[in-house]
Design a protein around this ligand. Sequence first.
Ligand SMILES: *Cc1c(COP(=O)(O)O)cnc(C)c1O
Length: 422
Amino acid sequence: MEKKPFVTLEQIKEITKTYPTPFHIYDEKGIRENVKKVKEAFSWNKGFREYFAVKATPNPFLINILKEYGCGCDCSSMSELVMANKLGFGGKDMADGIMFSSNATPAEEFVYAKEIGAIINLDDFTHIDFLEKCAGIPEKISMRYNPGGTFKISTTIMDNPGEAKYGVTKEQLIEGFKILKEKGVKEFGIHAFLASNTVTNEYYPTLAKTLFETAVEVKEATGCHITFINLSGGIGIPYRPEQDANDIMVIGEGVRKVYEEVLVPAGMGDVALCTELGRFMMGPYGALVTKAVHEKHIYKEYIGCDACACNLMRPAMYGAYHHITVLGKENAPCEYKYDITGSLCENNDKFAVDRMMPKIDMGDYLFIHDTGAHGYAMGYNYNGKLRSAELLLKEDGSVQMIRRAETIDDYFATFDFCDILK
Ligand SMILES: *Cc1c(COP(=O)(O)O)cnc(C)c1O
């Protein structure tokens, strides 16, 4: 897919008069167009809801955009639950607006999740007992399934659920539902997340087949009323220019076919589908903008910029590819080979290694693509680096700051109980 920045050099020059680099910037228009498509792709399913995976981009302004389209929140921690609750998910006009898909869950998070009416998605069989003791069992609940082994699409191994810490076995799922039913649960859900960042239209339909068949089996074995099935996250985006984007309409249609093949004949044509997409909802609609501030010529050619891995960890952590456009040089030939680095005292602090790019001059702005999910969110403070601002490029072309940059005072804030740094 062609990698085209959603801002121009002229716009960035204007924006940096107010907001210095580095910053993450998000494209409101792109976010809105995409969420509409996601809704449309599953509009055939009565009760469908996308629960945005808050951990991907925990910014209340962005989450509120998705809320306008009826999306809920998928939370994984206390802070995310509090954010979702403060934003009115789970409130009167948003019943069942929060999914709580967590693991190794602390008791106080179960207590709070139940209190605010979040749908609890149990990661383990032992959590039934744990939840009952700390918070009590709600009437609507979900369990996370892990089929083990490898997850394949035709003959290609996509991921390795057998090595993943999440979810329960089929036997535990059946036994768990029986116990939960005895304890008064009326509505059951099944969840599974079996492969991450899949760039194929086959992932959801393949996962759906596994989940739907399991649901039929579990219903027959337990008599439980399964009212929702959660396909979770995992739909990926084309980080690399040579990759093709997923087509959510094709994906929705693929899931519909399996639904009609498996669930409808089993008398389960009333099951609502949920998704917990993170990357697919936000990834392409965010970018990290950074300025080239140093060049260095030793055994290799280096460009040092004013962002670092603290602003975007994926390349350092996973060796992930993020495309980089030199703004204003979109059509220049890529004749120079660079390592693009940040300033951390860590040699893996590189946004690109041996990347062919146009000649980069000091002061050039680099647009690092696809940082809208798992970008800012994974930020950290190593080397005393401060987290950047987040900006929203609105549909009318104006820019709104949706999170300010951290200051040194923020960095020292956890010493506010003492006067050692006064
Ligand atoms: C991370 C996560 C998601 C979102 O994953 P994406 O790859 O961003 O779509 C959804 N559900 C759960 C339980 C997760 O842990």
